[in-house]
Design a protein around this ligand. Structure first.
Ligand code: GLU
Length: 609
């Protein structure tokens, strides 16, 4: 789930490994560790807390050796502690790092205990290293022992194994958790994300499901799930070297909020011509797939789910097709009805979100007409396995709380709305209006960012609050949901979002002076209805913060602070109103002193169920 880095080189690798872990810190983790091999010796250092703790420990007592593995852990089995931190060892010979979950670990643990193995941790991971150790007794190579081991594992893993008696190689295996091989000159690497390896190489090959690879200084041999030798294309990375730097910003999250105009401009590049969205934005054969679509099923989790929720309003209002949106972990475990000519759309920043991936695979079995993923990670599982892919091109997003990925997803979904709509009655004029709106988004987002100072001031009001309510109507309702999620994630204030028409069906009971109410006001036919909802709150003594167009004619007074949002058309409004809500949660978190980029208990790329 979190980070893996490994290296086989002639030079000492501990520093490279720790730098790699640093570049993966954005994923959120609770402990870190490294193990290296040197002339028949296996040494390891592990620490609870930040990679910096590990790095300081290594400054005091350096680890020397050219082959090594390192890990940041996001605990799933066993509390965060030094004894549960990876790498894990078996009999002082085998060391293993693992991302993911071994579901049959209890059974394997009992079996291994029966064979005399003693367990030093509470993790599921430890079964892997004892199993490899055990299999080595009946296999003549580490590769063969790992291949025999992974056959017995159920669940998800990205794992790297080294052997004290053979410092020439590491064995890497992937099933359900991403791993990428990095090719250097006379040295080779592995990591769970190419970002970790950018300081040492730019040539990468993504392992596929079931692959096992033997990595030495000079060679990388990859075997598929049946043990056949396979080639995986080695590509030069397009990710920029400094993607892992904060630059002038105090936090990655703030940097990424400010990168939105550029990220949106990138996502539009080469995808709109003569007032039309090009089908090729969705992949090579998209025109063929999209023309017959009559129903869209969107599957996503977290922030991506909110983007999907907004798109539902657009697809049904403007594109003339029916649309359902569902959380991936629900969809995958229930029976759902398949409508004729259905398109399955998955939305995932990382392309490795375990539940979303499983839902997509299920949909393929069910016979969906086509699958499309909206994704920010080229080469990821969702991109490889979907019929079509809209590559977001948002650039690396490091902050755990998603910001620019969300607005870029919205832009991509708006494009999809036109690409489907034109086959279902959307007029050329409307498509031209939408594309014009898309093209003016970067400048409009820039204007919305100028609210930063005013919002920083407003955030003071929230410092002593424990709860907040977000309200919206129509396609601003998912924006209210996203606003509430952001506030929860990074400031730990309990926040909920309601469609404002629901207010009187329950949440109104919560309104008092301690419950700030944040309203995102649409500037459309729902505005008058929302105004009545605002009055309902006012009558109960609630304190309101209303984000509204100045033409909406809200006036600030004792019970209501109005924050004027730049005037924008209805197509871009949800995206534009997202910006002040992102800034609000950022500034509240700053005041509360929380860990903005790595909020407690959360991970960036959720590759476990
Ligand atoms: N399930 C393993 C553990 O709890 C690995 C967690 C991870 O992916 O970091 O140690």
């Amino acid at each position: 789930m979190c980070g893996i880095v490994g290296a086989v080189a002639q030079r000492d690798v501990a520093e490279i490994l720790v730098e790699g872990l640093r570049r993966l810190e954005y994923r959120g983790y609770d402990s870190a560790g490294v193990a290296v091999l040197n002339n028949g010796e296996l040494s390891r250092t592990r620490r609870v807390g930040k990679v910096q703790e590990l790095s300081s420990a290594l400054d005091e007592q350096p680890l020397v050796g050219g082959t090594g593995i390192a890990h940041t852990r996001w605990a799933t089995h066993g509390e965060p502690s030094e004894r549960n931190a990876h790498p894990h060892e078996s009999e002082g010979n085998i060391a293993v790092v693992h991302n993911g979950i071994i579901e049959n670990h209890n059974k394997l643990r009992e079996m291994l205990k029966g064979l005399g193995y003693r367990f030093a941790s509470d993790t599921d991971t430890e079964v892997i290293c004892h199993l490899v150790h055990h299999e080595l007794k009946s296999h003549d190579s580490l590769l063969a022992a790992v291949q025999a081991t992974v056959k017995q594992l159920e669940g998800a893993y990205g794992t790297v194994v080294i052997d004290r008696t053979d410092s020439e190689r590491m064995i890497v295996a992937r099933s359900g958790s991403p791993l990428v091989i990095g090719y250097g000159l006379g040295e080779n690497f592995v990591a769970s994300d190419q970002l970790a390896l950018l300081p040492v190489t730019r040539s990468f090959a993504f392992l596929e499901e079931g692959d096992v690879a033997e990595v030495t200084r000079r060679e990388v041999n990859i075997f598929d799930v049946d043990g056949n030798t396979v080639e995986r294309e080695v590509k030069e990375s397009e990710v920029t070297h400094d993607a892992g730097d904060k630059g002038e910003y105090r936090h990655y999250m703030l940097k990424e909020i400010y990168e939105q105009p550029t990220a949106i401009a990138h996502t539009l590049e080469g995808r709109i011509a003569a007032g039309k969205v090009l089908d090729s934005a969705f992949g090579e054969n998209a025109a063929e797939f999209l023309k017959d679509i009559k129903h869209v099923q969107i599957i996503a989790c977290g922030t991506s789910y909110h983007a999907g929720m907004a798109a539902r309003y657009w697809l049904e209002d403007w594109a003339g097709v029916s649309c359902n949106v569902e959380i991936a972990s629900e969809f995958r475990y229930r029976k759902s009805h398949l409508f004729p000519n259905s398109l399955l759309v998955t939305i995932s920043q990382s392309g490795e979100t375990a539940d979303t991936l499983a839902a997509m695979r299920l949909a393929k079995e069910m016979g969906y007409k086509a699958t499309l993923t909206i994704c920010n990670a080229p080469g990821s599982s969702l991109v490889r396995e979907s019929d079509m892919a809209y590559m977001m091109k948002a650039g690396a997003e490091i902050g755990v709380a998603s910001t620019k990925a969300f607005t870029v997803q919205l832009a991509g979904l708006l494009m999809l709305t036109t690409a489907i709509g034109r086959h279902n009655g959307m007029s050329a004029e409307m498509e031209a209006e939408i594309t014009q709106s898309l093209q003016s988004m970067p400048a409009k987002v820039e204007q919305a960012l100028s609210l930063d100072d005013a919002i920083a001031e407003l955030a003071e009001d929230f410092a002593d609050k424990h709860h907040a309510l977000f309200l919206g109507r129509g396609d601003q309702y998912p924006i209210a949901m996203e606003g509430a999620l952001k506030l929860k994630e990074i400031s730990y204030i309990h926040a909920e979002a309601y469609a404002s028409g629901e207010l009187k069906h329950g949440p109104l009971a919560l309104i008092d002076a301690d419950m700030p109410v944040i309203v995102v006001a649409p500037n459309n036919e729902l505005l008058e209805k929302l105004k009545s909802n605002v009055e309902e709150v006012r009558a109960r003594g609630g304190l309101m913060y209303v984000f509204a167009d100045k033409d909406a004619e809200f006036e600030s007074d004792d019970t209501m602070k109005v924050i004027p949002v730049p005037h924008c058309d209805e197509f871009m409004a949800p995206l534009i109103y997202t910006i002040p809500l992102q800034l609000l949660s950022y500034h509240v978190a700053l005041i509360k002193g929380t860990d903005v980029d790595q909020p407690r208990n959360l991970a960036k790329s959720v590759t476990v169920e």
